[in-house]
Design a protein around this ligand. Structure first.
Ligand code: HEC
Ligand code: HEC
Ligand code: HEC
Ligand code: HEC
Ligand code: HEC
Length: 229
């Protein structure tokens, strides 16, 4: 009997320690700095930086929906049916030669089944599975358009200088503390048309606080149910 109780205590102790360690890691953001190798080497530095292609050209869904989305390969071919070779700058120290980059463009052709000699699609396609980098746990809710369109935040407020990244890296910890900290300190732009329908709330808030000092917290941005299912 004693042995059983002792075993239970040891097992429980082990589980508790593991859980605490796990929670601790969750809190500091285990994925921070995550930078996986993608099936096609896609350089944000070259596209969004050197060639100044707007983030929303490829991630257009960020404006109007919860997810920002990764563009379909058709979007790539809008440019790459004519850009078949890389002529830009090299980064020899890291092994990024012109030949390296050109070979990556050919991977795109293989994936969409593009015959560059005949200038037509062969119909033979191979799916490209981009590896997801930023990912909140399933029990949380995040909406891009709320932040990008309503709050008017730039992508770099949360993703860092992606236009300088050769390979995308997760810069923010994406922890609850990170969300909450910004909601405590960010002022809300009450002049935004989004709030035109909330006249009543508007007036009520104005009675107790100055409108120009309202933070996301005052709107309820720290309420559990706003971010948790
Ligand atoms: C020409 C198209 C294109 C442009 C322009 C572009 N992206 Fe991307 N983006 C992609 C593709 C393709 C991926 C998936 C491959 C990868 O992670 O590099 C991606 C991935 C990302 C990711 C990681 C997604 C994840 O899985 O977590 C972020 C964040 C991102 N882009 C932000 C930006 C920002 C910010 C800009 C503007 C500075 C931008 N992108 C411009 C095509 C583009
Ligand atoms: C307020 C912070 C914030 C801003 C601003 C923001 N993002 Fe994100 N982004 C996130 C978070 C958090 C995730 C993870 C979401 C999840 O897992 O549900 C994410 C995920 C992504 C992803 C991968 C998942 C998806 O939704 O497709 C892409 C791509 C992305 N962001 C691109 C962008 C681009 C482009 C912009 C600017 C137009 C932008 N983000 C602005 C916080 C932000
Ligand atoms: C708006 C035009 C445009 C779109 C859309 C576009 N590219 Fe590019 N891409 C370029 C330009 C410009 C270069 C640089 C060419 C040069 O400097 O010679 C380039 C370079 C490249 C390279 C070599 C450098 C690198 O990033 O590794 C690859 C691979 C590539 N593109 C893949 C893609 C993929 C995959 C997509 C779709 C997700 C895409 N491109 C979408 C314009 C575009
Ligand atoms: C602004 C958004 C936001 C609000 C408000 C918020 N949370 Fe969270 N919460 C998150 C995110 C994002 C995560 C996942 C990342 C993490 O674990 O830090 C999370 C994680 C959690 C977890 C799991 C923690 C872990 O370590 O596994 C619990 C429990 C939780 N929240 C409870 C709450 C409670 C209770 C409230 C209300 C008092 C609340 N949250 C309010 C965004 C929020
Ligand atoms: C860089 C600052 C910033 C970060 C980081 C941020 N938010 Fe926000 N968030 C805002 C702002 C500003 C608003 C107000 C937008 C508006 O005017 O409705 C907002 C609004 C929201 C709302 C709507 C709140 C309401 O009361 O209607 C939710 C839900 C939300 N954010 C979830 C999240 C989650 C989940 C995270 C973390 C994964 C996060 N936010 C990270 C700035 C941020």
């Amino acid at each position: 009997m004693k042995k059983i109780i002792l075993t239970i205590i040891i097992v429980f102790g082990f589980l508790a320690t593991t859980y605490l360690l796990y929670s601790y890691l969750m809190q500091i953001g285990v994925d921070e700095g995550y930078e996986p190798v993608q099936p096609i080497h896609f350089s944000h530095k070259i596209h969004a930086g050197d060639n100044q292609i707007d983030c929303k050209y490829c991630h257009s869904a960020a404006r109007s929906s919860a997810v920002a989305g990764v563009p379909s390969l058709n979007v790539c071919m809008g440019c790459h049916n004519t850009i078949s070779e890389y002529e830009g700058e090299e980064d020899l120290a890291n092994g990024y030669t012109k030949d390296f980059y050109t070979a990556e463009i050919k991977k795109l052709y293989t994936a969409v089944g593009w015959d560059e000699q005949q200038f037509k699609y062969t119909g033979k396609e191979q799916a490209v599975e981009w590896i997801r980098i930023h990912k909140l746990p399933d029990f949380t809710y995040f909406n891009h358009s709320q932040h990008v369109t309503v709050a008017g935040l730039k992508c770099d407020a949360c993703h860092g200088a992606v236009d300088k990244m050769e390979v995308v890296r997760q810069e923010a910890p994406l922890t609850m503390g990170w969300c909450v900290e910004c909601h405590r300190t960010s002022k809300v732009n009450m002049e935004h048309p989004y709030y035109a329908n909330y006249e009543q709330v508007h007036r009520q808030l104005a009675k107790t606080m100055q409108l120009d000092s309202l933070t996301v917290e005052h709107l309820g941005g720290l309420e559990c149910a706003k971010c948790h299912y």
